[in-house]
Design a protein around this ligand. Structure first.
Ligand SMILES: Nc1nc2c(ncn2[C@@H]2O[C@H](COP(=O)(O)OP(=O)(O)O)[C@@H](O)[C@H]2O)c(=O)[nH]1
Ligand SMILES: [Mg+2]
Length: 454
């Protein structure tokens, strides 16, 4: 442990963190507002506000709250939640007041008067984390649960908050430690007859198993990240192919302007919906063509970028024209949508992608298109029942661990010392994933994404 770290630990032991408070419910007019207090003064704060001794732990009691001058603030349901059994692990109090702006203001004012400070975003959860109530992945799951908008997001967040990812990485950590024990044993007590080959023989199978588990988790990480952040579908094609009409059909409203004039759509028009429990963003883009109009040219540039970054592209082709150029911008997993089936005739060529025949005018073919989209989203992006990696941060840690494990495998038979060092690197990557390594900047980032009051 370095000087800096031991100094930091001493500071920790000397001063207990200040008692904080925050509104846990959202601000504005509501029946009830919940104000949470956490820290060593929480109990005395409740006594001061209610003018009575503390109620029994975890039992709701009705109390009149008064300020320092004895003026009544509100009548509230109060909870005394002594540490370490509380959310943060510290002594906590919950005040369930009436939910008006004026009551919240007045109670906050009284709390400031008692020397409390308002919590920073995520500070309650950060204290819970620092008191060992949850690891970093569980804290992230909690943040995701608060932000969850779709069914898929809710399920995934709940799983992660409940320790789904922790269980997985604890398994990985166990395998690394097993291998490390064998390697260290080899270094400390080299057996005269035992050549390094024997070590490789013993440790290699566990490490190979671990490497394949890490690879599988990485392969599946795309799903977890998509469930969290949602996926992008770009509608692209030549001007007048009917892209905006198709977007409006999918949205079941007039989101984009439809016109017979080519080059009408310039800005990207987006609609949001949920498909198979995932948030999906459809983007209607400018028609792809060469143009002298600088505004339209910018639109075309943005369309190409959006198409490039999208998870799925719907390439729209007008059946009444011979313009197939959009096919060049599609991958094998994209969809080809022939539009204007009401006036054009079915295409002759047979493209090797999912192909649909629709009419944005009459709505024909849309049921098939929507079913196929849902199927593709479920099979490619929807989360399985297992917990997995859900953030770029997780992926980065697991990549680091995998790389170190692969190095360790190579070094096993040649130089056990090097393999040992590699395994320590892998162990550190797992610690980073858990939030155990000293990674202040990462913690600041994760917790600052919470709202105030959590
Ligand atoms: N008959 C017919 N006309 C369509 C269909 N889809 C779009 N249109 C017409 O084609 C023109 C261009 O449509 P729009 O959606 O603005 O195309 P975009 O430039 O690709 O966005 C408009 O006049 C639409 O009314 C269709 O399925 N059938
Ligand atoms: Mg358009």
């Amino acid at each position: 442990m370095g000087d800096y770290e031991s100094e930091k630990q001493m500071q920790h032991e000397q001063i207990s963190p200040q008692t904080i408070f925050a509104l846990a419910t959202s601000a504005g007019r509501a029946g009830v507002a919940v104000i949470r207090v956490s820290g060593s003064d929480a109990g005395s704060v409740l006594c001061a506000l209610s003018g009575r001794k503390l109620p029994a732990p975890r039992i709701a009691r009705l109390r009149i709250l008064k300020d320092q001058n004895g003026d009544t603030l509100d009548q509230a349901l109060v909870l005394w939640l002594p540490g370490p059994g509380s959310f943060t692990g510290e002594d906590m109090v919950e005040l369930h007041t009436h939910g008006s702006v004026a009551v919240i203001e007045a109670v906050s004012h009284a709390l400031y008067g008692l020397g409390l400070r308002q919590a920073a975003p995520g500070e309650f959860t950060r204290r819970a984390f620092e008191n060992g109530k949850l690891d970093l992945t569980e804290a992230e799951g909690l943040a995701d649960l608060i932000d969850a908008q779709s069914e898929g997001q809710r399920r995934q967040a709940l799983r992660q908050m409940g320790g789904g990812l922790r269980e997985i990485y604890e398994g990985w950590r166990g395998l690394i430690l097993d291998a490390l024990a064998m390697v260290e044993g080899e270094i400390d007590f080299p057996d005269e007859d035992d050549v390094p080959d024997a070590l490789a023989h013993r440790a290699a199978p566990g490490l190979a198993e671990l490497a394949s588990k890490l690879k599988a988790a990485l392969q599946d990480s795309n799903r977890g990240e998509k469930v969290r952040s949602g996926l992008d579908i770009a509608i692209i094609g030549a001007p007048n192919a009917g892209k905006s009409s198709i977007l409006n059909r999918l949205a079941r409203r007039d989101a984009a302007i439809v016109s017979a004039q080519a080059g009408t759509t310039r800005d990207i028009v987006e609609i949001h919906m949920h498909i198979a429990g995932l948030p999906v963003r459809f983007s209607d883009t400018a028609g792809l063509r060469e143009t002298d109009d600088s505004v339209e040219a910018e639109g075309v540039k943005r369309a190409r970028l959006r198409a490039r970054d999208a998870d799925i592209r719907l390439g729209v082709i007008d059946l009444t024209s011979n313009n197939n150029a959009v096919l060049d911008a599609l991958t094998v997993d994209d969809f080809v949508v022939y539009n204007k089936a009401d006036i054009g005739k079915a295409p002759k060529q047979n493209v090797s992608r999912e192909t649909f025949l629709v009419s944005a005018e009459t709505g024909a073919g849309f049921a098939d298109l929507e079913t196929a989209l849902e199927r593709a989203i479920i099979s490619r992006f929807a989360q399985t029942e297992q917990a997995g990696l859900t953030r770029a941060r997780h992926v980065a840690c697991v990549r680091k661990a995998l790389c170190a494990i692969e190095n360790a495998c190579e070094n096993l038979a040649i130089a056990p010392e090097l393999a040992g060092a590699d395994l320590r690197v892998a162990l550190h990557a797992i610690k980073e994933l858990a939030g155990e390594a000293d990674i202040e900047a990462v913690l600041d980032r994760v917790f600052s994404q919470f709202c105030i009051g959590k």
